[in-house]
Ligand binder design. Structure first.
Ligand code: SF4
Length: 384
């Protein structure tokens, strides 16, 4: 299987229920940003720039949970900022899992080893580690030496403890694709369970615009890239891959991956901010969706990012005959665990793998105090 059985089953049930009810627009993955502060200043990151004036603001766990319930998406991608510096990250994860959701915790990997003891492996939880290349390249992208090594040590520790781990790579204009193939081979040996990748897209907040690609450049780059890495457990759908390679068109379905942060529901999408809505219903009902997407808004012209178009594949926007079969065989044909599968999981890992048991919510989770360099004596977040 490409994903844990429980995740596939829950998503399928959720989509079927929505379709039976006749709902046309609904979310699949909630992008939850409990804070925008980060310990790094990555070159391509729009968040630390766009939200500079509110960078020390955080959502409470209760605000996060209320938003999650309001949204109803079965999968929550916790991102930011760096979510691992959110003081209550382990409680947040625990509470979300207890409500039956699946989590991708998107991190730069710097604090996995330090805080791993606060988490418990479950088939509903993935560490999603950001890696844009091998050591030298990645450290250049994130503008700090040592980040790659610490992220790799975090992955090793998480795998040894029985967690699911995937990686997340952004492809820039200058990305050396043979290096991405090298990175994937390396991660495969470490037992990494899956791989996400997306083309970089220019946020208005990011001034270094020459790192981003036009639509044609994205297609050319992904035709080459996917040829090199298709053999790994890619977690991007075959339909989105066809779109990236220029083999089909997709319509933007930005509502499929709504973003919630300390300012509210970010509209219209993860990338662009025209407004923030107080409620999820307001975000869905008040966003003039027909005004966005290619041909409608100049800012969307070259956008092919996964948050806009991966949901389109699953939600059946611009469907083609055979798409459902393609998606089904893709899910069944994958294989998590990389080359280190047996060695890493041999000692019993606590995963339930879809049986419904062991959802990760356990009272014995430790709630250690956040590291002192992140939070000051009074519990306020330090801006790093
Ligand atoms: S095309 Fe891209 S930038 Fe435009 S609304 Fe969709 S996701 Fe956002």
């Amino acid at each position: 299987m490409r994903f844990p059985l429980k995740l596939t089953a829950n998503l399928t049930r959720y989509i079927a229920t929505k379709r039976i009810r006749g709902e046309k627009k609904f979310p699949l993955v909630m992008m939850l940003e409990p804070l925008h502060a980060c310990n790094l200043t990555c070159t391509g990151c729009g968040r630390i720039r766009e939200y500079k004036s509110t960078i020390d603001e955080m959502l409470t766990v209760e605000q996060c949970l209320n938003a999650m319930e309001e949204c109803g998406a079965p999968v929550v991608s916790i991102c930011g900022g760096e979510p691992m510096i959110y003081p209550e990250i382990s409680r947040l994860v625990r509470e979300i899992l207890a409500r039956g959701r699946h989590i991708y915790l998107c991190t730069n990997g710097m604090f996995i080893r330090k805080k791993l003891h606060e988490f418990k492996p479950t088939s509903s939880f993935f560490w999603n580690v950001h890696l844009d290349g091998m050591e030298r390249t990645h450290d250049l992208c994130v503008e700090r030496d040592g980040v790659f090594r610490e992220a790799i040590e975090g992955i090793r520790a998480a795998k040894a403890a029985g967690f699911y781990v995937c990686s997340n790579t952004t492809i820039y204009k200058e990305t050396d694709l043979s290096e991405i193939a090298e990175l994937y081979a390396y991660l495969h040996e470490l037992g990494v369970d899956g791989y996400m990748l997306s083309p970089a897209y220019s946020y208005s907040a990011v001034m270094t615009r020459d790192i981003f690609m036009s639509r044609e450049e994205v297609r050319e780059k992904f035709r080459q890239a996917l040829g090199l890495i298709e053999k790994y457990n890619l977690m991007i759908s075959p339909i989105y891959r066809e779109y990236l390679k220029g083999e089909r068109e997709l319509m933007c379905t930005a509502w499929g991956n709504p973003t919630y942060n300390p300012r509210g529901w970010k509209g219209p999408c993860y990338l662009m901010t025209d407004t923030h809505h107080e409620t999820f219903r307001g975000f869905m009902d008040e966003t003039p969706w027909e005004k966005y997407g290619r041909g409608n808004d100049a800012r969307c012209e070259d956008c092919m990012v996964h948050v806009g178009f991966e949901p389109s594949a699953v939600l059946g926007a611009n469907p083609k005959l055979g798409d459902s079969w393609k998606l089904l065989t893709w899910q069944l044909s994958g294989k998590m665990g990389g080359a280190g599968r047996k060695a890493d999981r041999g000692g019993g890992n606590g995963h339930s793998d879809g049986t419904g048991n062991g959802n990760g919510h356990s009272e014995d989770w430790k709630t250690a105090a956040p590291p002192a360099e992140i939070v000051d004596g009074e519990g306020r977040l330090r801006v790093l």
